[in-house]
Design a protein around this ligand. Structure first.
Ligand code: SF4
Length: 273
C-alpha cells in the first residue's frame, strides 16, 4: 500500500471511529437526559449498529447481522401512571422530540411527527417513518395510506382517535430514503418511552421495517405476521403496511385476519369495542 493510500485509509478509519463515538455520546446524553426527566424509570438500554432496506418481501431483513440490536424485546415491569401524569409525561417527551437534533434528519424536517391518538389507547400502531404529507402536517399516517389505516382500525369497531399511532422515526428521511443506523439508534428511545407511557394492551407493527425493528428480527414479514409476540411486556402483532396494501390489494385479506386476532385479544381482555 502506498504511503498516500495508507494515510487516506487512516483518515477514513479515524472519521468512522469519531462518528461512532459521537453516536454513543448522543445515546448516553439522551439516556441521562430522559432519565433525569422521568426519574430513571423508563429508559431501557439498547445497542448500536443497524441498517435496513424497506420491503415487505418475506425474505428481506432490515438488520445487518445476527447480533442483537437492543434488548427491547425482553419483558419489562410495566409502570403504572395516573392519567394526568401520563398526559404530562407524553407532553414533555413530545417537547423533547420537537427540540431534538440528535440526528441529521432535524436539518431537513418540516415537522417532528411525534404521534397521535389517545394516550389511554389499548391498541397502538407503529409504522416506519413520516413521509412527505406527514412531514408537512406533523401527523403520522395522513394521505392515502393513512385513510386505509383508518378503515383498518374501523374494521374492528374502533375509532382512529381511540388508538395511538406513531412511527419508529419521528422525522422524515429525505426523499423517503431508508433510515440510517444512527437515525434509528438516536430515535428509538422516543418510541420506547411512548410505548411505556401509553402502556397499550397490544401493539400492531405496520410493515417489515417496524416489525423487524421492534422484534429485533431478520425474518421477513410473511414469517413474522400472524403470531402474537411479547414486546416490553405488551402483546405485539405484525401486519402489512397500508402503503404496501395499496400496491398489493390482494394482501388485504391477510391484514383482516391479523386485525381479527387483535379484536379477539382485546375482547378477551374485556375491552369494549
Ligand atoms: S429522527 Fe428522531 S433522533 Fe433524529 S432528529 Fe428526529 S426526533 Fe431526533
Amino acid at each position: 500500500m502506498s504511503r498516500k493510500m495508507a494515510s487516506s485509509f487512516k483518515t477514513t478509519k479515524r472519521e468512522e471511529i469519531k462518528s461512532e463515538i459521537l453516536t454513543l455520546l448522543n445515546i448516553l446524553y439522551h439516556k441521562v437526559d430522559l432519565e433525569r426527566k422521568f426519574g430513571g424509570k423508563l429508559l431501557r438500554l439498547y445497542s448500536t449498529d443497524r441498517h435496513h432496506t424497506s420491503s415487505e418481501k418475506d425474505t428481506t431483513s432490515v438488520l445487518p447481522s445476527e447480533k442483537p440490536i437492543f434488548n427491547a424485546n425482553q419483558t419489562v415491569k410495566k409502570i403504572e401512571h395516573d392519567k394526568t401524569d401520563k398526559i404530562e409525561s407524553l407532553k414533555i417527551l413530545e417537547e423533547e422530540a420537537k427540540q431534538c437534533t440528535k440526528c441529521s434528519l432535524c436539518n431537513s424536517r418540516t415537522h417532528v411527527v411525534f404521534g397521535t391518538g389517545s394516550p389511554h389507547a389499548d391498541l397502538m400502531f407503529v409504522g416506519e417513518a413520516p413521509g412527505y404529507y406527514e412531514d408537512i402536517k406533523g401527523e403520522p399516517f395522513v394521505g392515502k395510506a393513512g385513510q386505509l389505516l383508518t378503515k383498518i382500525i374501523e374494521s374492528i369497531g374502533l375509532k382512529r382517535d381511540g388508538v395511538y399511532i406513531a412511527n419508529v422515526l419521528k422525522c422524515r428521511p429525505p426523499e423517503n430514503r431508508n433510515p440510517s443506523a444512527n437515525e434509528i439508534i438516536s430515535c428509538t428511545p422516543f418510541l420506547f418511552q411512548q410505548i411505556d407511557l401509553i402502556n397499550p394492551k397490544i401493539i400492531c407493527a405496520l410493515g417489515t421495517f417496524a416489525a423487524q425493528a421492534l422484534l429485533d428480527s431478520r425474518a421477513g414479514i410473511g414469517t413474522l405476521r400472524g403470531k402474537m409476540y411479547e414486546f416490553r411486556g405488551t402483546k405485539l402483532i405484525v401486519t402489512y403496511h397500508p402503503a404496501y396494501l395499496l400496491r398489493n390489494p390482494a394482501e388485504k385479506r391477510k391484514t383482516w385476519e391479523d386485525m381479527k386476532k387483535i379484536r379477539d385479544f382485546l375482547k378477551s381482555a374485556d375491552i369494549n369495542l
